[in-house]
Design a binder for this molecule. Structure first.
Ligand code: SIN
Length: 281
């Protein structure tokens, strides 16, 4: 079915589309929101170019998809608890989100989606990769699909934000709060059914999935390594090159993503707002 109020041009065979005909600094008509929602379900990542939006517009756009959530381990943008400011200064060597992950899967109800706004970009580089985890699931053999059915993945924030987690070893400018507590941990099905499309996707990610329930450490590691590598195949991916005024939304229930770290010596600032999701099944 085509669109009447927006234009949608897919970017790759796997996922991602450019959307035009929308000004995100203006209140959006219900029909436009409904078409953007449908485009998101069909393309998983939507890119809006040449937008000029304030933090209030950013939150209002994200709020048209659901309630907003707050990142539990970061210091938000002043005056905007819902906005995480992702900063890499020119002297930083490490970036935020630099490995494949889906956002906040360590909570019971991981985000439905995420909206990013480019605030300051390096002259080149700093692209973001996304991958389609429905396609990754579809590409598995029937035997592997059967084996994964009913399997549960353990997602743990401690691997990233705990006292010995990756963030505690990284020197970076995005303000993250490291605590020694066990923090958030949640168990989710390895094969998730999308609550709206009813399609199945792989739902583990290298950033936050630390084990498979009921499997030994060695077994978990072997199976998870296979799944992570499989989900990172190029044919499932789309590479977003940011331009000034770019706004992006992705469906966090059936994709994973990573921010490339190829622009040392330059500053990059992205604002992020997270839309609350539901419990995976
Ligand atoms: C993220 O992982 O949420 C950040 C992605 C980016 O900075 O491009």
């Amino acid at each position: 079915m085509g669109y009447e109020t927006i234009s949608v041009s897919p970017n790759t065979g796997a996922l991602g589309a450019e959307v035009s005909g929308v000004d995100l600094s203006q209140p959006l008509d219900g029909r436009v929101v409904a078409e953007i929602r449908r485009a998101l379900l069909e393309n998983l990542v939507l890119v809006f170019r040449n937008q000029n939006i304030t933090p209030e517009h950013h939150k209002a756009f994200a709020a048209s998809f659901g309630e907003l959530d707050i990142h539990p381990y970061s210091v938000p943008l002043a005056g905007h608890p819902e906005i995480l400011e992702i900063v890499k200064e020119k002297d930083d060597r490490v970036n935020f989100g630099g490995g494949w992950h889906a956002d906040m899967t360590y909570i019971e109800t991981p985000p439905l989606g995420v909206v990013l706004v480019a605030r300051e970009l390096p002259p080149r580089g700093g692209d973001t990769l996304f991958a389609n985890l429905y396609a990754a699931y579809d590409a598995l053999s029937d035997a592997m699909k059967q084996r994964l059915e009913g399997m549960q993945g353990v997602h743990d924030a401690g691997a990233t934000y705990g006292a010995t987690g990756t963030k505690s070893r990284e020197n970076q400018s995005t303000k993250v709060v490291i605590t020694g507590q066990a923090q958030h941990s949640a168990t989710h099905p390895v094969v998730r059914t999308h609550p709206e499309t009813k399609r199945k996707s792989i739902f583990v990610n290298d950033g936050h999935t630390v084990a498979l329930q009921g499997f030994s450490k060695q077994e978990s590691k072997a199976l998870l390594s296979f799944l992570f590598e499989h989900c990172e195949k190029h044919e499932f991916a789309f590479r977003l090159s940011w331009t000034e005024g770019t706004v992006v939304i992705w469906d966090n229930r059936c994709t994973h993503h990573m921010a490339l770290n190829d622009y040392h010596g330059h500053r990059r600032v992205i604002h992020r707002v997270v839309i609350r999701g539901d419990r995976p099944y």
